[in-house]
Design a protein around this ligand. Structure first.
Ligand SMILES: *Cc1c(COP(=O)(O)O)cnc(C)c1O
Length: 355
């Protein structure tokens, strides 16, 4: 609250070069926050990282794609329209925005209907379509929990297919949803900085970490962010490497406080409880023979529309995949979604079946 009143402006990026000296205190807190995310949560090792607290996952994803687009333009002499964003059809729509704003192409990879997975085949088909159209480099966005299904992409499918065809690529992980969940619920995966092929990650603190809105976190390996340095930002001390411009230092303080209050074990316990509740709900759906998708490492259950009436979906605020023509309805198990509340839904589903 006091930081909101003091109102430090975190304009620019504080993990490199100079920054506005009047706000050095809260900038240091932001650097600490970036390090907690890069090293403790995303398991970065001796590599070093740049990053900042963006307005949200949308901006953080755009920032990544902007850096990589400029990298391919400057280093390989490509035009934006020869560069293609490659992502799954369950991707967040911010990738479509990025393609539109940055003038690149975008290609969606098909996922299997019931298990929401990209496959070696669907990835290689998507790449083939783009190579045919003249794409020369790919910006891959791999999902660490999709918004609608909680599904997680296996980045190896992208890596194998692109390397096999000698195509230049860089990989960004969209952990806007899963960044503050999946690393705690699943330890053996290849979606963090232990994987040298992954260059950057988005994590939204205003989703699973329940921080105030305006707390998308962007983290990228060193020696990449300079591709988006706006040298014309001459009145800003240290120039500007971010998409946003002025932004509140209070956002970094809020996220830092939340993570510090939990501590690593407190946060682990939070996720443990949400995992247990989600599994409980899945057991109830199994007993009722209601079809759904759940990634075992996610707090998301997506029920096929056959399993739930539109009335019940509306009563409990279940999220449809498409408001006009729903095929799926989603439950997100968060702190306030207790077993008591889930049980009310179970009872309604049961009653509806008996009618
Ligand atoms: C929410 C979300 C975004 C966009 O984040 P905003 O904070 O709403 O801008 C991007 N990707 C995924 C997977 C998301 O769930």
């Amino acid at each position: 609250m006091s930081t909101l009143i003091q109102n430090p402006n975190h304009i620019g990026c504080h993990t490199l070069g100079q920054s506005e000296s009047f706000f050095s205190g809260t900038q240091a807190i932001e650097r600490d926050l970036i390090n907690i995310c890069a090293y403790d949560i995303l398991k970065g090792t001796d590599d070093h990282f740049d990053g900042y607290v963006a307005s949200g996952g949308t901006e953080a994803n755009l920032q990544a794609i902007w850096i990589y687009r400029n990298y391919f333009c400057q280093e390989k002499g490509l035009k934006p329209q020869e560069i293609c964003i490659l992502c799954s059809e369950d991707n967040h729509y911010s990738m479509d925005k990025a393609a539109n704003v940055l003038g690149t192409r975008i290609q969606k990879v098909r996922v299997t209907v019931d298990t929401r997975e990209i496959t070696a085949d669907s990835v290689s088909t998507a790449i083939g379509v783009q190579v045919e159209k003249g794409t020369k480099a790919f910006i891959v966005v791999a999902n660490m929990m999709t918004t609608m299904f909680g599904s997680v992409d296996n980045p190896d499918h992208y890596i194998h297919a692109l390397e096999e065809n000698n195509l230049p690529y860089l990989i960004h992980v969209d952990g806007a949803y899963g960044g503050f969940y999946f690393p705690f619920s699943e330890t053996s995966h290849t979606m963090d900085f232990r994987n040298p092929k992954i260059s950057s990650v988005t994590l939204d603190a205003h989703k699973m970490a329940q921080a105030p809105y305006g707390t998308g976190i962007f983290i990228v390996r060193k020696n990449l962010i300079h591709y988006v340095n706006t040298k014309e930002a001459s009145y800003v001390e240290g120039e500007d490497f971010t998409l946003i411009g002025s932004r509140s230092g209070a956002n970094a303080v809020a996220v830092w406080m939340i993570l510090s209050k939990y501590g690593p074990f407190g946060y682990m316990e939070k996720i443990f409880v949400l995992q247990k509740r989600t599994s409980w709900m899945c057991d109830q759906l199994d007993k009722l023979n209601i079809p759904y998708f759940r990634n075992p490492a996610a707090n998301i259950i997506t029920i096929k529309k056959e399993g739930v009436s539109a009335h019940i979906a509306h009563k409990y605020g279940l999220v449809p995949d498409n408001h006009q023509h729903p095929s799926w309805y989603e439950i997100v198990v968060m702190d306030h979604v207790t077993v008591d509340k889930l049980n009310m839904l179970v009872q309604d589903l049961k009653e509806h079946q008996e009618q």
